[in-house]
Design a protein around this ligand. Structure first.
Ligand SMILES: [Zn+2]
Length: 67
C-alpha cells in the first residue's frame, strides 16, 4: 500500500492503476473513489482523492520529504 502524502491515508496502488488512464505527463483521468496518482520528480506519487492530488500539485514541496 502507498500512503497519500497530503493526508496520510493509505492508497491501494493496484486499484489506482486498474481504474485510471494516464498520459506521459501525469494523471489526466481517474476514479476519485479509488484514488489517483501523479508522476512527480521521477516517481509515482499516490493519492486517495483528487482533492489531495490538487493540494499536492499546488505546492509539492510542502508534501515531499527527502528520504
Ligand atoms: Zn489524501
Amino acid at each position: 500500500m502507498a500512503t497519500c502524502p497530503v493526508c496520510g491515508a493509505t492508497v491501494d496502488e493496484a486499484a489506482v492503476r486498474a481504474t485510471t488512464g494516464f498520459t506521459a505527463h501525469g494523471a489526466s483521468e481517474s476514479d476519485p473513489t479509488k484514488g489517483t496518482r501523479q508522476f512527480h520528480d521521477g516517481k509515482w506519487v499516490y493519492f486517495d482523492s483528487l482533492e489531495c492530488r490538487g493540494k499536492f500539485l499546488t505546492s509539492p514541496e510542502t508534501y515531499t520529504r527527502p528520504s
